[in-house]
Design a protein around this ligand. Structure first.
Ligand SMILES: [Zn+2]
Length: 140
């Protein structure tokens, strides 16, 4: 799939646990160390229990449902001289993980039309410098 291959712009130490987990085929999100509330995206300070709270990276399900999606018909990145369009970008809500929605790419759609509520599972795509947290239909 000729995706542009460059490091994520938000590849910081704060997000390192996320990218490391995805590279291992795992999925982890940060939560408050005191009350357990999900904090996606992570920030240096915890939003809910300000003092004495830190972030704990917890394993989350690698399955979920499509909250919404958009089909991209034309590439808009200047580095994308090789067109990969059309492709589908989606927001996915993970099972048993209320709150966070993951911005992702839907892959391996084959004969599936993307739909709101579609069941999906993590399908990481290894790139040169990182692994994309893409999702594919749960039942291909
Ligand atoms: Zn909290």
């Amino acid at each position: 799939m000729g995706l542009p291959d460059f490091p994520p712009r938000f590849d910081t130490d704060l997000l390192r646990p996320f990218w490391d987990a995805v590279a291992e085929g795992d999925f982890r999100l940060p939560s408050c160390s005191i009350c357990g509330r999900w904090q996606w995206y992570p920030f240096e300070t915890v939003r809910c229990c300000h003092q004495n709270a830190g972030l704990e990276w917890k394993r989350v399900p690698k399955t979920g449902t499509v909250f919404t999606f958009a089909s991209v018909e034309r590439c808009f990145l200047p580095a994308s001289t090789e067109s990969i369009a059309p492709y589908v970008v989606a927001l996915v809500e993970l099972d048993d993980t209320p709150g966070p929605r993951i911005v992702t790419l839907l892959t391996n759609l084959n004969n599936h039309e993307p739909q709101i509520g579609m069941r999906v599972r993590l399908s990481p795509i290894p790139m040169l410098t990182h692994t994309l947290p893409a999702f594919e239909p749960e039942n291909p």
